[in-house]
Design a binder for this molecule. Structure first.
Ligand SMILES: [Ca+2]
Ligand SMILES: [Ca+2]
Length: 292
């Protein structure tokens, strides 16, 4: 080390596995104090091997000795001063923002006042979107509204109300969309909630005319009340029918041959689904479908 004076102090270090080695180069001395490990090696100065010592942080103690207590308070959170920081770090586990762990700064609460259930555009008459956002240890800085991840509007003052969105929502395509709100507090912590929007066509009117050839693929009645679903295809064939829930999870499926088919939906809970009809890998039909 060519005359470099190395004096390193390893203070309250824990090694959970392997060798804990600190060497001292010629003419110098390194220190290992309050260190814990499985295999203690090296020719340095050891003290209190296997037992942590006080103060917990030599750095903070030196800072306090030189500049006073306020210098420590300025750069630490209370848990660093009390020693509770290890529990916080272990709760946090490196996932997300440290402050979002809920152990020092609270994240905001955010929920929809309206709508409180999925919006089904085909029966929704439109209304303002209303959001409740609070922060137990601070203030709400902003509430942002997004549709499918795209920011639509922001409200920075309670009450959080988003108007004039009825047309935008009613014009959403025949798919599942997400209405999302993100609340941000004065510490920059965020929280979000979301609501499903079922976009698209109004339910197809029930018709009882029976033909051997159909002009279009139909499923009816929709919503389904008696659990007997009729499917009409345009032509004879072998078709696979699948039901997906709003999270894209397949909940049921069956295959039929012919031009039409009646299916008893006995294994599916009441709710809103996407019904998909496939023939040889091609999706011929996809529609929102409700069981009541
Ligand atoms: Ca907060
Ligand atoms: Ca407002």
């Amino acid at each position: 080390m060519d005359g470099l004076v190395l004096r390193r102090c390893f203070w309250n270090i824990i090694s959970y596995r392997g060798e804990f080695r600190i060497d001292s180069p010629l003419g110098s001395m390194n220190w290992g104090i309050g260190c814990i490990g499985t295999d203690q090696t090296g020719e340095e100065y050891w003290e209190s091997w296997g037992i942590n010592v006080q103060p917990r942080s030599l750095f903070l103690q030196q800072l306090e000795d030189r500049l006073g207590r306020s210098a420590v308070v300025n750069i630490t959170i209370p848990e660093q001063q009390s020693g509770g920081i290890y529990d916080l770090l272990s709760t946090w586990g490196g996932q997300g923002d440290f402050s979002d762990g809920g152990f020092y700064w609270d994240i905001p609460n955010v929920s929809f006042i309206n709508p409180t259930s999925p919006i089904d555009v085909s029966i929704w008459e439109g209304s303002d979107i209303q959001v409740d956002a609070t922060d137990s240890d601070g203030t709400i800085e902003s509430v942002k509204l997004l549709i499918n991840g795209e920011p639509i509007a922001t409200d920075n003052e309670a009450p959080y109300i988003f108007t004039n969105l009825t047309t935008t929502i009613q014009n959403l395509s025949h798919e599942i969309h997400y209405l999302q709100v993100i609340a941000t507090d004065n510490d920059g912590n965020t929280n979000f909630t979301r609501q499903v929007i079922l976009g698209g066509n109004p339910p197809i009117e029930e018709e009882e005319i029976e033909d051997e050839e159909h002009l279009e693929i139909r499923i009816f009645p929709n919503p389904l009340q008696n659990r007997t679903l009729t499917i009409e295809m345009k032509e004879m064939g072998t078709y696979t029918v699948r039901f997906f829930d709003l999270y894209g999870q397949k909940v049921d499926h069956f295959t039929f041959e012919g031009i039409d088919y009646q299916f008893i939906c006995k294994n599916i809970a009441d709710g809103i689904y996407i019904l998909e009809i496939e023939d040889k890998g091609e999706i011929l039909f996809k529609s929102k479908f409700m069981i009541q």
